[in-house]
Design a protein around this ligand. Sequence first.
Ligand code: SAH
Ligand code: TMP
Ligand code: ZN
Length: 405
Amino acid sequence: MTSCRICGGRLHEFGDFGTQPLSSGFLEPDYIGDEYLFRLALGVCDSCTMVQLMEEVPRHLMFNGHYPYLSSGSSVMRKHFERTAQDFLRTELTAPGAFAVELGCNDGIMLRALADAGVRHLGVEPSESVADIARRLGIRVTTEFFQASTAREIREAEGPAKLIYAANTLCHIPYMESIFQGIDALLAPDGVFVFEDPYLADIVEKTSYDQIYDEHYYFFSVTSVAAMAERFGFELVGVERLPVHGGEVRYTLARRGRRTPAPAVAQLLAEEKTRRLAEFDTLQGFFRNVERSRDELVSLLRKLKAEGCTVVGYGATAKSATVTNYCGIGPETVSFISDTTPNKQGRLTPGAHIPVRPRAAFEDPYPDYALLFAWNHAEEIIAKETRFRESGGKWILYVPHVRVV
Ligand code: SAH
Ligand code: TMP
Ligand code: ZN
């Protein structure tokens, strides 16, 4: 694309990661076919400031019956979504019979708590692999992509929604006009659309370039989300910075004029302006930091290998696809990646072809170094892997900068 998927404005490219595979495209070990590849590059719209991918990967290649990611894989995230549900029960969902819809409900991590509280709900989740898990928990899920037509069908069958929620899902969806037509069709007049996604300011500040991969199409800022909301007839009325997944923002949208925007909206808008977040120079500077981070990680790994140290990866995240393929890290450098997700284990990572093994392999025996690809869960993981440290093992982190701890 050379024009913005939100407003049609001109896109200015500022970073290119070269060809990359599907970030969740884990392969059978005997796989010999070609992998799907695309050019992973980023641009910024000179009109609405939305940062976005230059190329779009067809959605059915990413979100289907093989989608492996399980939201419940982290105890911190389980708590985060439990708390989120409790907040909604206290605020938006107090009216009897209030209807709540979640886009990308995955394995039901959030809807579970609403269902337990007796709230009328529906999850919209196109990946059958994870939708099935939610369904087995007794959660109502439709296995579809949310878009205008899906929303109209839901509105017809269920009535208007007081709350539409999407965590780490809206940024995955390029076709935003259809999404907002759907929100307009489904949302009650006084309802809210709440979504949370990685925050561009955190990515730039922490050089967390691994947030950039096929599934993450947009990199939201308060400035670009405010413009997007307005374009589609809504208004940004709330923002909250969240510590999860390396730094996110939770945005609350209402129909235009229905709610008074919280002071935090103007505050974050002003902050973004002061730091020149959406300006081309800033983003080019970010990409220079990305290149430096890559070079530092590559030389560290080279040095450790020359010293004869063993290095394994921890967390076969979707994010790690960008790191391994951009830095040229393969099984000769990182012998395997330990991961708790059943549908990743026994497979090879996309592009780099590093074997994924269950957690038990990590201590059998402990390696000298563990490259923490799941750095966003660092606190949780380092706290539970104390024996690795005691055995003399060290963690390699690359966000916000490359270091050994
Ligand atoms: N909300 C969960 C899952 C995030 S992963 C969490 O925060 O952990 C993103 C999810 O969005 C995937 O499960 C994917 O299948 C789903 N998704 C992708 N496109 C979608 C669409 N158009 N409508 C609804 N869900 C979608
Ligand atoms: P995420 O960063 O996209 O949430 O992915 C985290 C990945 O790391 C996921 O594949 C599960 C895995 N993981 C572990 O293997 N052990 C852990 O303790 C945690 C929290 C995650
Ligand atoms: Zn634009």
